[in-house]
Design a protein around this ligand. Structure first.
Ligand code: 5GP
Length: 211
C-alpha cells in the first residue's frame, strides 16, 4: 500500500517524462528537419527560376539551347552558393578547396602559376574555355567585398594574370572576367577567384532574374 502523497508525485513524474519527450522531439525537429526543409524550398525556388530562364532561352536561339544542354546547368551554382551560405562556409572555412589545389593536395588542370597567382581550368565549365585565377594566399580575400587598401596590388596582379592567361589560351577574339561575390552573387567557394570565360560567342546579360 503506497502512502497518500505518492499519487500526486507519480503524476508529476509522468508529466515531467512527457515534457522531456516533447522537448527532445522538438529539438530533433529543429536541428534535423528544419534546415532540410529550408534547403529543399530553396532548391525548389532555384529550379523554378532556372526553368523559367531555360524556357526563355529556348525560344530565343537554338545556339543558346545547345550551350545550356552541353554546359553545366546554371542552377547548380545557385544551389552551391546557397548551400555554402546555409552551411556557414562564408569567411569561416580554414582551408578551401582552392587552398588544397594550391598545395596540390587535390588535382586540377593548372595552366599558369607564379609566386602570387594560380590559374586552373574550372571543373564545371560554363563556356568552351573557362578557367579561374586565384591568389595563392587568400590573405583575408574570402570575397571581393573584403578587399582593403593592402589588397590593391594583388587585385591588379590577378586582373593582369587573367588577360595574360587569356592570351595563352588564344582568346584573341575576346573573353569575359567575372567575380561572384556572396550568396546573391552566386559565390560558392570563399577564396577570391576570377572566372575567365571565352572561346565562343558569349551572351549578355550574364545573370537572368525571373521575368
Ligand atoms: P563561385 O561559384 O564561387 O564563383 O565559383 C566556384 C567555381 O569553382 C565554380 O565554377 C566551380 O565549378 C569551381 N570549382 C569548385 N570546386 C572545384 C574543384 O575542385 N576543382 C576545380 N577545378 N574547380 C572547382
Amino acid at each position: 500500500m503506497r502512502p497518500r502523497w505518492w499519487v500526486p508525485l507519480r503524476d508529476a513524474r509522468a508529466y515531467a517524462f512527457v515534457c522531456v519527450c516533447v522537448c527532445v522531439c522538438m529539438y530533433t525537429h529543429a536541428r534535423v528537419h528544419v534546415p532540410r526543409l529550408i534547403r529543399s524550398s530553396l532548391n525548389a525556388a532555384a529550379n523554378t527560376r532556372v526553368g523559367q530562364r531555360t524556357s526563355a532561352r529556348t525560344t530565343t536561339t537554338t545556339t543558346t539551347t545547345t550551350t545550356t544542354t552541353t554546359m553545366a546547368q546554371p542552377h547548380d551554382e545557385v544551389l552551391a552558393a546557397q548551400e555554402a551560405h546555409l552551411n556557414g562556409l562564408a569567411d569561416s572555412e580554414e582551408r578551401t578547396i582552392f587552398d588544397k589545389i594550391v598545395s596540390k593536395d587535390i588535382p586540377a588542370t593548372i595552366i599558369y602559376e607564379d609566386s602570387l597567382a594560380l590559374a586552373f581550368r574550372d571543373i564545371n565549365p560554363q563556356a568552351k574555355t573557362h578557367f579561374l585565377v586565384i591568389p595563392k594566399i587568400r590573405a583575408g580575400l574570402t570575397r571581393l567585398s573584403k578587399a582593403t587598401e593592402e589588397h590593391k596590388m594583388l587585385l591588379g596582379h590577378l586582373m593582369y594574370t587573367a588577360q595574360l592567361v587569356a592570351k595563352q589560351e588564344k582568346l584573341d577574339a575576346g573573353f569575359r572576367v567575372v567575380v561572384n561575390d556572396g550568396v546573391e552573387g552566386c559565390q560558392s567557394v570563399y577564396h577570391l577567384h576570377l572566372h575567365v570565360l571565352g572561346g565562343e560567342q558569349l551572351t549578355w546579360p550574364p545573370g537572368c532574374p525571373p521575368q
